[in-house]
Design a protein around this ligand. Sequence first.
Ligand code: ZN
Length: 134
Amino acid sequence: MGEGREDRQERRRLRLQEHQGRDYGGGVMTYEQPWGDEVGEGWGPIVLECHRQLNHLDPGYRIGQIKEKFGGLRYYFDSSLAFDHLTRAVMDSVVIAAEYQCSITCEVCGTGGRLRSNSGWYKTLCDEHATEQR
Ligand SMILES: [Zn+2]
């Protein structure tokens, strides 16, 4: 038996607490933000860097939802700069870059990965973790 879902949630909660209160370029990643249990640890650094860059561009931006879907990262946000279309376009490109990075990174361990599918199930994984999941 591997660790259960409860254990994983607890570990992520603790990891998020580490980030809580830390300064990511002007703003703060808080535990309350809806990162949740939706993204594997291997993508954590990518997600945090994405948040840091978005926060730098728009300190008032809000995370809508961050999750994994069909093996890819989905990072939804609202800009506070409603009429600043140029900044919004740059923010969109930051998110696209993070989604691309995740598409070649194992969601479990953060090493190089690729999209795997198995009867309607999609995950981006390295060879090792793809074998484990089978
Ligand atoms: Zn892996």
